[in-house]
Design a protein around this ligand. Structure first.
Ligand code: FAD
Length: 462
């Protein structure tokens, strides 16, 4: 248990340095039983609890409020692999294990765990489950929800629920694990999970491709999937401003193409078969796409190092943006078919409202998920820039709603989008969410102030 202010400090602010909170203690339990014991004590004393994993979340979900009454439970010491069942293609793993550690455990069993994020060295299984994390291979394998078969959780009253089943079929009533996935620690502590494994990947082929516009990117995706089937594992859209920031700020980053344009796609094929000739297949598909005018210049990585260099350009966008300075982020989802129209409409609306703002758009276009971020105009003052957040959120999120999209695709709500939710969810949906919260956490001690805002009837719209 940490109570010294200096020792607690890293647990009291978020990765972006945007949220700062206070706590009476940071507790680092090492087993599920220890988590349960701490929760029972907090519940008896009416003390709020904030679960924390790797603290890489981008919505302030793991940061306590400023009141100083809460206890932060950091689960990093729950980091054991409990069992690997290679024949069942499952792994039972504790919540504090890092995502990179989970991937390594799968490799050691000659299997593959597909979730992959730029933060994988620090983020944890518990955080991935609680945010229903996505990343770059959702297109083929789904997000964390689709990768989960069973869970163990400590309820807000300190009871332990053992739902660690490794079953792909189990229709025995409500699927309770789904409540905890994506709940951002508001319903209880996830302490362990049974996750799906897949055959080890033996071959990959990666290409960086210039596309004339986002519409061509969507058509290229359709064509690639028709030609290469589900070997298309990743399909990322990268805007010119995003790539420019990486080239400017990340040491060693080089332009991938001689004749790039405003939009690029990073595409990857992968296969568990050794004899698949993926490079040839990718080149053939890109030639076909080029004949149809969907592709300009393109490069297929010739070896692993080249593939990693291409991926580094994509994965360093968030870091480059952080170095560049303050930004307003939108993590949104739109039906894939409507992304080009959304990008066009959003650009026009923003340019009208704020001509010199820089649009940093990129994301998992194969999943319909865009990171639609705005970087500060070079001369603008930080505080003035950030003060326009509500105005641009309204422009972007109202457009997203108009396109039947979501204002949080993969990062969650945390504190950042908690109040936005009231505008975009119906009264019925908010009532169902509150009923679930009330049933599991009647005293409101689990991660208060995240996901659900206190009821304010006047702000509710349908
Ligand atoms: P934390 O930040 O510690 O917590 C996140 C939320 O989960 C909080 O609400 C917390 O209270 C809750 N929580 C944590 N552990 C538990 C637990 N055991 N039980 C109950 N609740 C818990 N996300 C994506 O989805 N896709 C991306 O591509 C992606 N890229 C990123 C790139 C960078 C550079 C960074 C910094 C972040 C990125 N993220 C991405 C966001 C982040 O890494 C994920 O949301 C990740 O899943 C958070 O894991 P964590 O362990 O750090 O959780």
């Amino acid at each position: 248990m940490l109570t010294d202010a200096k020792e607690m400090a890293p647990y009291l602010s978020d990765w972006r340095g945007r949220y700062h909170g206070a706590a009476c203690a940071v507790v680092r339990p090492g087993t599920t039983q220890e988590v349960a014991a701490v929760v029972r004590l907090c519940a008896a004393a009416g003390v709020p609890m904030v679960p924390q994993g790797g603290n890489t979340g981008l919505c302030g979900g793991a940061t306590p409020d400023g009141g100083g009454r809460a206890v932060v439970l950091s689960l990093g010491r729950l980091d054991r692999v409990r069992a690997v069942d290679a024949d069942n293609n499952t792994i039972m793993i504790e919540a504090g294990c890092t995502l990179a550690g989970l991937q390594q455990a799968a490799i050691a069993a000659d299997r593959f765990f597909p979730l992959s994020l730029a933060s994988e060295g620090s983020c944890t299984v518990g955080g991935n489950l609680s945010t229903n994390a996505g990343g770059v291979q959702v297109l083929r394998y789904g997000n964390m929800r689709e990768l989960t078969l069973g869970l163990e959780a400590v309820l807000p009253d300190g009871r332990i629920w053992n739902g660690l089943r490794g079953l792909r079929k189990d229709n025995t009533g409500y699927d309770l694990k789904q409540l905890f996935i994506g709940a951002e620690g508001t319903l209880g502590f996830i302490t362990a999970a049974v996750l799906k494994l897949f055959p080890a990947i033996r071959q990959r082929a990666t290409a960086w491709v210039a596309v004339p516009d986002p519409g061509a990117a969507v058509r290229l995706l359709g064509m690639m999937r028709a030609v290469c089937s589900d070997r298309v594992t990743a399909f990322e859209l990268i805007g010119g401003t995003a790539l420019g920031l990486v080239l400017q700020h990340i040491p060693g980053a080089r332009p991938p193409l001689q004749a790039g344009g405003e939009w690029s796609v990073l595409v990857e094929l992968s296969d568990s078969a050794c004899n698949a000739e993926l490079d040839t297949e990718l080149e053939r598909a890109l030639t076909l796409a080029s004949e149809q005018g969907l592709v300009g210049d393109a490069v297929v990585a010739g070896n692993l190092a080249q593939a990693e260099a291409l991926w580094a350009l994509r994965e360093n966008i968030s870091e480059a943006q952080r170095i560049e300075g303050i930004s307003i982020k939108h993590d949104i989802a739109i039906p894939v078919s409507r992304i080009p129209a959304f990008l066009e409409r959003a650009r026009a609306a923003l340019q009208h409202a704020w001509p010199d703002v820089r649009i940093v758009a990129f994301g998992h276009i194969g999943d319909g998920n865009l990171h639609y971020n705005l970087s500060k105009p070079a001369a603008a003052d930080n505080r003035k820039f950030i003060s326009r957040t509500p105005e641009v959120n309204r422009i972007v999120h109202d457009l997203v709603a108009g396109f039947d999209g979501s204002i949080s695709a993969e990062h969650g709500l945390g504190q950042l989008k908690r109040d936005e939710l009231l505008r975009y969810k119906s009264v019925v949906e908010m009532d169902m969410m509150r009923a679930v919260k009330q049933a599991l956490d009647p005293h409101g001690l689990m991660n208060p102030g995240k996901v659900l805002a206190p009821v304010r009837p006047e702000s509710r719209g349908d």
